[in-house]
Ligand binder design. Structure first.
Ligand SMILES: Nc1ncnc2c1ncn2[C@@H]1O[C@H](COP(=O)(O)OP(=O)(O)O)[C@@H](O)[C@H]1O
Ligand SMILES: [Mg+2]
Length: 234
């Protein structure tokens, strides 16, 4: 296996039960992603992007084939082992932000560090740094209901990267945002990819995102039909 690989997927098949039958959402997917890559899983709605991202994140499991993430085999691992891997080494960004409404920006971002038992002093340093990265220092005591969509997503990004994970998975992170906010979010993520050398995988069908991706894996009907790499200067 490639030592530099963050994700190695071999002959992955995913079937969902449907009545007395099943539906095959992923049909023999093979994929290797290396450390520091900035990759998009791109394809029309229903092509299997979220299913693949969820399997990479250990939120769902393969029906057949093997999946290895951050040198951990995801085949036959327990729910708890996967939860630990996620908590320590991964960050998640969702279309709908998934912020806790009663918590402030600061408290939402702090949560992964509390779960990882980081000391209060260290927590404060990391939370302040993450909030600064996404440009929300002046909003750190605000609650999500008082923020714009773009500010909510920036909070979610800070939460996803505050523990400096090895891998960030983002499912349609710009789907609820206008063009200006989408570009702003992508610029922040490109910078983070450089600064903390975290690997990013996006699921998206947003054309605005494409120009930022360094690798685009095209999915159609549960299969990879194209894999492109790009040099980006920005
Ligand atoms: N839990 C499920 N049960 C049955 N079918 C599912 C389930 N999740 C996804 N699917 C089906 O698998 C296909 C791929 O879905 P998904 O991965 O969500 O696509 P995308 O994110 O590219 O829009 C779709 O046809 C969807 O209806
Ligand atoms: Mg999806």
């Amino acid at each position: 296996m490639d030592n530099n690989a963050v994700i190695t997927i071999r002959n992955l098949i995913k079937r969902f039960p449907m009545g007395n039958d099943f539906f095959t959402a992923l049909k023999s997917v093979n994929l290797t992603l290396n450390t520091g890559e900035f990759t998009g899983l791109v394809g029309p709605s229903g092509s299997g992007k979220t299913t693949l991202l969820n399997i990479i994140g250990g939120l769902d499991s393969a029906t057949e084939g093997s999946v290895s993430v951050l040198s951990h085999s995801m085949d036959n691992t327990s729910h708890n082992e996967r939860a630990l891997l996620r908590r320590k080494h991964m960050g998640f960004i969702f279309q709908s932000y998934n912020l806790l409404p009663v918590y402030t920006v600061y408290e939402n971002v702090e949560l992964p560090l509390i779960l990882n038992k980081v000391s209060p002093l260290e927590r404060q340093k990391k939370v302040d740094q993450a909030i600064e990265w996404v440009g929300l220092t002046d909003k750190k005591n605000s609650r999500p209901a008082t923020l714009s969509g773009g500010q909510c997503q920036r909070t979610a990004i800070a939460r996803a990267i505050v523990h400096q994970p090895d891998l960030v998975l983002a499912d349609e992170p710009t789907a609820n945002l206008d063009a200006e906010n989408s570009h702003h979010i992508m610029k922040i993520l490109v910078n983070l990819n450089k600064e903390i050398s975290t690997s990013f995988v996006f699921a998206t069908h947003d054309e605005k995102i494409m120009g930022y991706l360094k690798r685009i894996i095209h999915l159609e009907d549960g299969m990879i039909n194209k894999d492109e790499k790009f040099e980006r200067t920005k």
